[in-house]
Design a protein around this ligand. Structure first.
Ligand SMILES: NC(=O)c1ccc[n+]([C@@H]2O[C@H](COP(=O)([O-])OP(=O)(O)OC[C@H]3O[C@@H](n4cnc5c(N)ncnc54)[C@H](O)[C@@H]3O)[C@@H](O)[C@H]2O)c1
Length: 391
């Protein structure tokens, strides 16, 4: 977690950043459960999918779990204290007691698995990315609008605490007229032949040779999820090495590092990196505005800093845990975002409203990467990103 603490007092912080930016965090009382409705979840995918807080939310009960692998199914049962395992998602969705599914299967399966859930009347929170092709994006949008079911993408960058703060500052129009964002996700060696996540017992997993820009959302979310802008045009340069995984893979992908330059619907600019061969790691952004800039902490030692014209630098990020019900305030990976994703999806169902990262936002974070990949295949040609917004 990158919420660097300094000797700044709370009053200094409020004065420098503004009371509103802190609202909803330390200033807020713990939320009481708004309803006694219990959402009955089915959890699918027992690796990353076991890292959420469904069993701790006052408005949720874990009805069933599933993984194709027995060990992972048992792990899910243990974590979520659930006595009903299914051998597959396809069997779990037949259970009429399951209302909604948390889908944490491999990326290439998301679109098909979301459609399978919708077909059986289940709402879905899905791991990133939303999908891998524009055709699947269209199909998901069509099915979501036809069924009226809820979709949310579990994008961890959305609820990193500096992102929550940047979103608030954007809402207050503090950055000024111009914003340039640098957004990035670095995961050294993933996708390569020698990577433990890409080979499992001698067999290739979905990560083997996986294209960086088909995993864009940890990065694009830092722009789209803060500003609500759309990434409309892209030119993407790419680099690949001689790893065997880039010579022969399921995606015909020769790239391991990609740099996309996006135009945005608000006339702004976003530089977006996804690198699999780099001596760095993590998800990070900096937002450089006409009047205010914000730098997230980074592995290089860069501290979290907000720099605003005429004011003292601010290096603090509020504690946002008070936004969650008490039992869910536990540290998690990805900047403590997991509890926030869990709770937001459940509240969207309880309150019968769209979740923060609904399908429109999810596709606005995913489709630009799909087009960036196409641009890289054409040597960086500038291309238009289609809109998947509500007509
Ligand atoms: N920060 C983040 O947001 C973040 C971090 C890690 C992973 N992820 C995403 O989460 C997803 C899962 O990642 P992972 O590392 O756990 O992947 P994984 O490949 O290790 O696990 C996926 C699991 O899904 C199961 N599965 C596949 N098809 C199934 C079916 N039809 N029915 C039941 N189970 C099925 C597999 O058996 C496997 O155990 C991926 O999409 C990944 O991109 C996101």
């Amino acid at each position: 977690m990158s919420n660097a603490r300094t000797s700044l007092t709370r009053r200094d912080f409020l004065g420098a950043v503004g009371a509103t930016a802190l609202m909803g965090a330390a200033a807020m009382a713990a939320p009481e459960p708004k309803s006694d409705r219990m959402v009955r979840m089915g959890i699918v995918g027992g690796n990353f999918g076991a890292q959420f807080q469904w069993h701790l939310d006052p408005n949720c009960t874990v009805e069933a779990v599933s993984d194709l692998r027995t060990d992972r199914r048992e792990h899910l049962q243990h974590v979520y204290k659930c006595e009903k395992p299914y051998e597959s998602l396809e069997k779990l969705v037949l259970d009429p007691r399951v209302e909604a599914v948390a889908l944490f299967t491999g990326a290439p399966d998301h679109a098909q698995h979301v459609l399978e859930c919708f077909k059986h009347g289940k709402s879905v929170i899905s791991a990133v990315p939303a999908c891998l092709t524009l055709e699947d994006a269209h199909a998901m949008k069509e099915a979501k609008e036809r069924t009226g079911l809820t979709y949310m993408m579990a994008e961890t960058s959305y609820y990193r605490w500096p992102t929550i703060l940047a979103r608030q500052l954007w809402k207050e129009r503090r950055f000024g007229r111009f914003l340039y964002s640098e957004v990035e996700y670095y995961h050294n060696r993933i996708g390569a032949l020698q990577d433990g996540l890409s080979m499992d017992q001698g067999k290739r997993t979905w990560r083997y040779g996986y294209p960086p820009m088909l995993y864009p959302t940890h990065s694009t979310c830092f722009h789209v999820g803060v500003t609500g802008e759309r990434l409309t045009d892209v030119s993407c340069l790419a680099w690949g090495d001689d790893d065997p995984a880039l010579k022969d893979n399921a995606y015909q992908n020769p790239f391991c590092n990609q740099v996309a330059l996006f135009k945005t619907s608000g006339g702004n600019i976003c530089r977006c990196n996804v690198f699999w061969r780099v001596n760095s790691d993590g998800e990070r952004a900096q937002w450089l505005g006409e009047k205010m800039s914000m730098y997230m902490a980074g592995v290089s030692g860069q501290p979290q800093v907000i720099r605003e014209f005429g004011k003292k630098d601010v290096r603090e990020v509020p504690d946002y845990f008070p936004l969650l019900p008490e039992p869910m305030r536990i540290a998690t990976g990805h900047g403590n975002s997991h509890g926030f994703l869990t709770h937001e999806f459940l509240m969207s169902l309880v309150e019968n409203r769209a979740p923060a990262v609904d399908l429109y936002e999810a596709l606005a974070m995913t489709a630009p990467g799909i087009v960036a990949m196409a641009s890289s295949r054409k040597g960086g040609e500038q291309m238009k990103v289609p809109s998947f917004d509500k007509a």
